[in-house]
Design a protein around this ligand. Structure first.
Ligand code: NAP
Length: 370
């Protein structure tokens, strides 16, 4: 059994990873040790082969592991990955953070889409395996079959990303904002006029004690159309990731027989708790029937599901509140657009903590045990 060091298990991604590993009995295949950056020496999860949480900043305590799986975040990876490699460590590093994704020596993991690429990378001696950006993984789990078909010229994706995408503390901040608005709006007062309630909500956003320390703005009752840092070309870093990471997973970035597929759009944080959604405009390079599109999409993997384009099925079938906790990736609102017969509208949603984060990592661990 491989000795696996797990870091970040109490964070948002880590908690979902633990839940999934328990559900799939993954711990029976590994000897797991748990680390922390802030709670060293405290009691570890019950699956731990060690008696206490180890020090995630100690190269000596990390070096004994054959595999390290971290969901601790980019700052941690920046600090520790280099130190550990420089110490001569040749184990497998599996990571949820973006730090190493575009490193030419790192392989992105989303095995229903690039399983062969992952196995080839392992055979070539690649040691760093990184989960892709959550919206990228969900996009490819949804329309990966179409992207691989050679039919797609470009994709524009407008995202609707949940609070949990920013981490455990941000999720609580969204709830705090909701609670604050409920408390200060007087909405339960049956005699209050709706305009008065609305004014109370609006003035609450500007109160100095409105809880927006992490998001920097109102997410309950508002949306935030900027995620991650600013780039010089006007994109947010989240928007930049879509094209580079999706093409890296598809192999279109290096295969001379394949075309890099342009992907761009606006990434928006919305007040959903869990699950990212994406409204897509897809430009195909020829006119095809909806049946052809459906076949391409559904043949890609076991989790993608088709939602017929009608209101009754859409309002729940493509609603993040109902997809939360599910591995299914529904795709719907599929219709040709007024823009021309080669332009298609679609909408997809998925739990970004599952296929967008934890699931590809735990499956990578299982590939190592094959
Ligand atoms: P997170 O919830 O903020 O957790 C990261 C670490 O923060 C935890 O491991 C924990 O480390 C520490 N922490 C401090 N206070 C905490 C609290 N009150 N509750 C829980 N943890 C607390 O971050 P995350 O969303 O899991 O993201 C981890 C990495 O995955 C990031 O690089 C992120 O970009 C990436 N990612 C996230 C998502 C997503 O949807 N959230 C999707 C794909 C990729 P200690 O125990 O050591 O203190």
């Amino acid at each position: 059994m491989k000795k696996v060091g797990i870091i970040g298990q109490r964070g948002m991604v880590g908690s979902v990873l633990m839940e999934r590993m328990r559900a799939e009995n993954d711990f029976s295949n590994i000897e797991a040790y748990f680390y922390s950056t802030s709670q060293v020496g405290q009691e570890p999860p019950k699956e731990s082969a060690g008696d206490a949480l180890l020090d995630a900043y100690s190269v000596d305590e990390l070096k004994g592991m054959e595999v390290i799986l971290t969901c601790q975040g980019g700052d941690y990876t920046k600090k520790m990955h280099g130190e550990l490699r420089n110490s001569g460590w040749k184990g497998i590093w599996i990571d949820a953070a973006s730090t190493l994704r575009m490193d030419p020596n790192a392989c992105l993991v989303l095995d229903p889409i690039n399983g062969q690429g992952i196995r080839d990378a392992l055979n070539k001696g690649v040691l760093d395996f990184v989960g892709a950006n959550c919206t990228v993984s969900l996009l490819l789990m949804g329309i990966g079959g179409l992207m691989k078909s050679g039919l797609v010229d470009w994709v524009s994706t407008m995202t609707y990303q949940a609070a949990s995408g920013a981490g455990a503390r941000n999720m609580k901040e969204l709830l705090n904002q909701m609670g604050y608005l409920a408390k200060h709006s007087d909405f339960e007062n049956t005699s209050a006029h709706i305009l008065e309630i609305d004014r109370n909500v609006n003035s609450s956003f500007r109160n100095s004690d409105f809880p927006d320390e992490l998001f920097g703005a109102a997410l309950a009752g508002g949306i935030i159309p900027f995620i991650d840092s600013e780039l010089e070309n006007g994109q947010s870093r989240e928007e930049w990731k879509a094209m580079v990471e999706a093409n890296k997973i598809l192999g279109t970035d290096i295969n001379p027989d394949m075309k890099n597929i342009p992907i761009d759009g606006t990434c928006v944080r919305v007040g959903a708790m869990r699950c990212h959604a994406q409204g897509l405009t897809i430009k195909l390079n020829q006119e095809v029937s909806e049946d052809t599109i459906k076949e391409c999409i559904l043949s890609s993997n076991d989790w993608v599901k088709w939602v017929d384009n009608n209101k009754a099925e859409t309002v729940k079938g493509l609603n993040s509140a109902y997809i939360s906790g599910s591995l299914n990736i529904p795709v719907g609102r599929v219709r040709p657009m007024n823009l021309g017969p080669e332009y298609w509208n679609m909408f997809t949603v998925g739990d970004q903590l599952l296929w967008g984060a934890a699931e590809p990592l735990r499956r990578m661990l299982n590939i190592l045990s094959e």
